[in-house]
Ligand binder design. Structure first.
Ligand SMILES: [Zn+2]
Length: 321
């Protein structure tokens, strides 16, 4: 018995300090980037498929496309509105990793409709998008940006997030103000949500679309600092970041980091980025990290390592040299 007490005392005396030189925290954005941008495109315009999607593919960006099911062309042999996408185009974009999400079935201004109509309108659009893409929308964008309280209470059900702030990117955008917006996001560490409608024609279309392509190239050149991802991805990350807590302990020569989070794991599926930093500025030589049985692959740079983990998962076991 004495022997065990002695071992316990030794353990408590020696090991709690063994990892004291490390700062351990969850990064504000994925890959420990300084800021984030989500590009969102409203109303399911065909130019979002024909012009935006190829540009995003070249840049490896993912965007969010908020559509009204009632305006989508379901029969390629009988296109009812040539300015809108087809359901096959939506499926193609969804399969490429873009977010196809809910902007109301008929783009009703919710302030003018009874609550039951709003519920039906939202649910109908969810079902259509699920039928066309195989994925249930888990974000929402208010038609006309009208945020009537009763409608919001319905729109937020089973959503990761809904669009409550945005910056117009379109007819009024100049190269200077797009640059200022981008630089400012890096400075403040904020999440920018762009809202775009027409590209070459139609509502709020660019005076010169080249301004938009140049802006995207500029953001790509700053990708080290800006996480460009869908509204759903950044929205989920931010909520998980706010909700997660880490409990760190030491076991032998390993550090155990136990995440806990109180969110619906059926909705929130973003991995979070863990940062482990040596406070004495010593370089990390190597690190072995596991979450449960899964071996995680950290990225080491000088005195810092980052690694993506599942905030709903088992404790992480970390061994650093
Ligand atoms: Zn709209």
């Amino acid at each position: 018995m004495k022997k065990y007490i002695l071992l316990l005392v030794l353990y408590l005396v020696i090991y709690p300090g063994a990892y004291a030189q490390w700062d351990i925290y969850v990064a504000k954005y994925k890959d420990n980037k300084k800021s984030a941008i989500s590009y969102t495109f409203d109303d399911g315009l065909v130019e979002h498929y024909s012009l935006v999607m190829p540009k995003f593919r070249d840049l490896s960006f993912s965007g969010t496309f908020w559509i009204n099911g009632s305006k989508i062309n379901t029969n390629p042999a009988a296109i009812k509105d040539t300015t809108r996408m087809t359901c096959a185009q939506l499926k193609e974009m969804s399969d490429m990793g873009h977010e196809i999400s809910n902007h109301g079935w008929a783009h009703k201004n919710f302030s003018r409709f009874p609550i039951e109509d709003i519920r039906v309108d939202i649910e109908k659009n969810d079902s259509a998008i699920f039928e066309w893409t195989g994925k249930m929308p888990i974000t929402f964008c208010y038609p006309n940006n009208n945020k009537k309280k009763e409608a919001m209470n319905i729109a937020v059900i089973n959503r990761v997030d809904t669009r409550t702030f945005q910056r117009s990117i379109g007819s009024k955008s100049t190269p200077a103000d797009l640059k200022k917006w981008t630089d400012r996001l890096i400075e403040t560490g904020d999440w920018g949500v762009g809202m775009t409608h027409g590209i070459t024609y139609g509502y709020d279309a660019f005076l010169n679309p080249q301004r938009f392509w140049d802006h995207l190239d500029y953001v790509k050149s700053l990708e080290k600092y800006i996480w460009v991802a869908t509204f759903c991805q950044v929205g989920a990350y931010k909520k998980e970041y706010d909700a997660v807590s880490l409990e760190t302990s030491v076991k032998g020569n390993r550090m155990i980091i136990k995440p806990s989070i109180d969110l619906d794991k059926n909705l929130f599926k973003e991995l979070l980025t863990l940062v482990i930093k040596n406070k004495d500025n010593k370089n990390i030589k190597n690190a072995k990290i596991k979450q449960g049985r899964h071996v995680l692959k950290p990225v080491i740079s000088g005195n810092t390592l980052i690694v993506d983990f599942d905030p709903f998962g088992e404790p992480l076991s970390v061994k650093i040299k």
